[in-house]
Design a protein around this ligand. Sequence first.
Ligand code: GLU
Length: 291
Amino acid sequence: MKSTTPYRGRLAPSPTGHLHLGHARTFWIAARRAANAGGALILRNDDLDAARQRMDFARDMLEDLRWLGLRWDEGPDVGGPHAPYDQSARIPLYRAALERLHASRLIYPCTRSRRDVIEAAGAPHEGGFDDEPLYPASFRPDPGAPLPPLGERIGTNWRLRVPDGERLEFGDTRLGPQSAVAGVDFGDFPVWRKDDCPSYQLACAVDDAAMGITEVVRGGDLVRSTFRQLLIYRALGLAAPAFHHCPLMTDAGGTRLAKRHDSLSLRALRARGDDPASVTAAWESLEPARP
Ligand code: GLU
């Protein structure tokens, strides 16, 4: 008999602003895919950005998603077998993963500033997870050089050394086959930051694996992050989930929605009395309910 793993999906909002319609649509697709598969949905609070996040945003995002009609089986507010569901309370897990990467000599400390990297990379870039300037190979230490210890408190950025020239591939459940070449499409990337905080890439891969997520549904801007995370899964000997990258929503002028688009926040829609059912009705064709 064929054994199948029950579907486990997740919503992973960051409490750095109010959720806008673009986030909401991605989360709605994630919820619909979990429901269609008869699976579970996990809500994880990605609260690792101490400089930008706020407690009230964390509270509001759960409230806004509930208003939209979304429900989850596990999360910071409902608990579950993989608690805690706040990333800030999961640091020891990320630290353990970092130590494994260190023991495998796959990472190295990097004292270059972001400005150094941007200047050396030369090409224009936009910033953000998917538009990182390419880290120059000339900035890397020699692979045979002695690796300093991590130390109890980390005060340097640590980067993962990507396998230059290797083509990485995955089959996206919406976009089809995807591929990128390490060292060309993306370079060495941070796994830990000098403020002693894990990077998004590390925390996300560690949590998606630890929480048994079988399909990651997220915005199409994160495809390049997926390749980075695939390297983390591999380095840690973890099985990677399936990935489904959703279309991004733009405003009337064609600009990608961002948290600064306050008029399109769920808060604003609620405040002006919009009906959540008519908001989500517009998305039905993207992920129809399974009969
Ligand atoms: N918290 C991240 C974000 O909001 C999660 C991205 C992801 O789904 O992996 O962008």
